[in-house]
Design a protein around this ligand. Structure first.
Ligand code: ATP
Ligand code: MG
Length: 261
């Protein structure tokens, strides 16, 4: 709140995606007629049951899947593939196992032809920023899950994308680690102007992090409801004591329960 808005607008217009049938299996309608406008520098959480098309929607914004119908626009430009304005953070971290932390963080910069000294300096700074000082030359297998996801986050931030796409980034972590990473993510974003699309299964996480929560229906994924969170920013450490917090969780839970198959 009170921040100047200047990032890109993401617009999904009537987006549908069907995965064709394979080896006798039926085709899957993953998304159907999704319309959604994400505001500049907004933090939007996508919440919905497993298999409702959240990852597909995120990949459509990333330019990693082709749609059967509809389009995604970023600042009015049609998305036709991945681009330097977008970076993704994955649930399973997707780090390079043979590369150390600095090399992993610098990977996107290397792909962009940034000279070694420059990219390592930038990577080193980000390793500090995500709380991994001293682990620059560790390998992913030597890190805990939470630490590996900090590397994933640093790698995405290294290319300084305008849009951060996060697919259940904290889903594999224990509750304590998850809370710490949520707090650290908000702190990191305070100083960086980005539009964030964050997929989660957790109502609690969606409300803690988001400006709006987009509730999706079970397959085929459609937008069922969009909820304005309206909680103060920066989010206070005792957010759960805010009456609006309980109210939102209750509302989301009712909606999700009604969608139960
Ligand atoms: N590459 C693919 N080929 C065929 N079907 C797919 C493919 N990717 C996803 N699907 C199907 O599309 C539907 C939506 O998948 P998607 O991964 O987008 O859901 P999701 O909401 O992210 O689920 P989860 O919460 O479990 O991660 C699922 O039924 C899935 O089986
Ligand atoms: Mg998914």
């Amino acid at each position: 709140m009170g921040r100047q808005r200047g990032g890109p607008v993401i617009e999904l217009r009537n987006c549908s995606k069907r995965y064709p049938s394979q080896l006798g299996q039926a085709a899957v309608d993953a998304l159907e007629g999704v319309d959604l406008t994400i505001r500049p520098e907004e933090f939007v959480c996508l919440l919905g049951p497993s298999g409702c098309g959240k990852t597909t929607l995120l990949k459509a914004i990333a330019g990693l899947v082709s749609l059967d119908e509809g389009e995604v626009y970023i600042d009015g430009d049609l998305v036709t593939g991945p681009g330097p304005d977008r970076a993704m953070v994955f649930q399973d971290f997707a780090l390079l196992p043979w590369a150390d932390v600095v090399t992993n963080v610098a990977f996107g910069l290397e792909l962009r032809g940034v000279p070694k000294a420059t990219r390592e300096k930038k990577a080193f700074e980000l390793v500090q920023a995500v709380g991994l000082a001293g682990f620059d030359h560790h390998f992913p297998r030597q890190l805990s899950g939470g630490m590996q996801q900090r590397v994933g986050l640093a790698r995405a931030l290294a290319v300084d994308p305008q849009i951060l796409l996060m697919d259940e980034p904290f889903g594999a972590l224990d509750a304590l680690t998850r809370r710490l990473l949520q707090e650290d993510l908000l702190t990191l974003l305070d100083r960086r102007r980005k539009t964030v699309v964050f997929v989660t299964h957790s109502m609690d996480e969606a409300v803690r992090l988001g400006d709006r929560v987009v509730l999706m229906t079970p397959r085929p994924g459609q937008v069922r409801d969009i909820v304005e969170v309206g909680l103060p920013r920066p989010r206070p450490p005792d957010l759960e004591k805010h009456p609006r917090f309980a109210e939102l969780l209750e509302y989301l839970w009712q909606q999700l329960r009604e969608m139960r198959p």
